[in-house]
Design a protein. Structure first.
Length: 329
């Protein structure tokens, strides 16, 4: 998903095997790499954890439309505008898939949105950063969507069937988004000196927030161990972060851009790229609501939701009328 950093929820430990509440059949299914379906019996904590994660993911998709949507009218060409419009539309679709997956767990979409609007559920902190230049759209595609893909591909194998199946299409579309961002930055970095500088500035600003998308270190992540035990997550925050760095560092060379980390270096002994220490203070502040655009993002979201009341009312009215017609027939 867009980040594993919802540290505001109270962690719930997975039950030990000698716990009388331990569901041996359920855990046998998990250990056998099976899929849990909506009508299957499942622990309440498993259901709650899934609702928390899928809801945060869905919220992130629809909030994530804002930073890029603001550039649709300012894209540098009709081609760029059309591509960006398609991408923003994809994000809306991803949100719909995910809300539908959450509803299979017995929650109501309207309630999930209310939780978002009232601050009881979170979305990815990455979308609280500004996009002052066109190069930011490239950096979001290359770095933010690249980090999202790293997080999301393992979810296609998660233990909950509806979530895993929704992620198959989402990951395919996100891969196009990442390539689009790379192509934007490649064009800029090989353009004029001013364009190259603009691309480098965007990468400098988005690199560290992108690394924070994977969440705090494993020792400080309250939900990670439980999610992994239940097969919701397949890899820890730190493992995913390392995968992302290993993928992105060589790509930066192809772009002709540098990453803003003086400690970044390839370690031939481990086969991995070393990177500098991350200051997670910024992450926690943004999660608390103190990011550059937290208030603006939520104000825009709640205003759009209120202005869309008539659409929802019309849809419900039509559905009710159609149901009455079907009943008569």
């Amino acid at each position: 998903m867009y980040g594993n950093h919802d540290t505001t929820s109270v962690p719930v430990e997975a039950p030990a095997a000698d716990d009388p509440t331990f569901d041996r059949d359920f855990m046998a299914l998990i250990d056998d790499d099976g899929r849990v379906e909506p009508r299957d019996a499942m622990p309440d904590a498993y259901r709650r954890g899934l609702v928390r994660q899928i809801a945060q993911h869905a919220h992130s998709e629809i909030i994530g439309m804002q930073p890029e949507g603001s550039w649709i009218g300012r894209a540098p060409s009709l081609k760029r505008k059309a591509i960006l419009m398609a991408k923003v539309q994809d994000e809306a679709g991803h949100g719909l898939y995910l809300y539908a997956a959450a509803e299979t767990l017995g929650v109501d979409r309207a309630d999930l949105l209310d939780r978002l609007h009232t601050g009881r559920q979170k979305y990815s902190s990455i979308f609280n950063y500004p996009t002052p230049t066109w190069a930011d759209i490239g950096a979001i595609g290359w770095l933010v969507d690249g980090a999202a893909i790293t997080n999301q591909v393992p979810i296609t194998k998660c233990s909950y069937g509806p979530y895993a199946r929704a992620m198959v299409r989402i990951c395919k579309e996100e891969s196009f988004h990442q390539r689009q961002g790379f192509e934007i930055l490649h064009t800029l970095s090989h353009g004029s000196p001013q364009q190259h500088a603009m691309a480098q500035d965007a990468v400098d600003r988005w690199w560290w927030p992108s690394l924070m998308m994977f969440g705090p270190p494993d020792d400080d992540s309250p939900n990670s161990a439980r999610s992994m035990r239940w097969g919701i997550k397949r890899f820890s925050n730190d493992e995913l972060r390392q995968r992302f760095v290993d993928m992105t560092a060589p790509q930066s060379h192809a772009l002709g851009l540098s990453l803003p980390d003086p400690e970044l270096a390839f370690d031939a002994l481990t086969g991995h790229w070393r990177y500098g220490e991350i200051d997670f203070t910024e992450l926690f502040e943004v999660i608390k609501g103190n990011g550059p655009l937290n208030a603006q993002r939520m104000a825009h979201r709640t205003d759009a939701h209120e202005r869309g009341d008539w659409v929802r009312e019309a849809a419900l009215g039509y559905a009710a009328k159609h149901a009455r017609t079907e009943a008569v027939a």
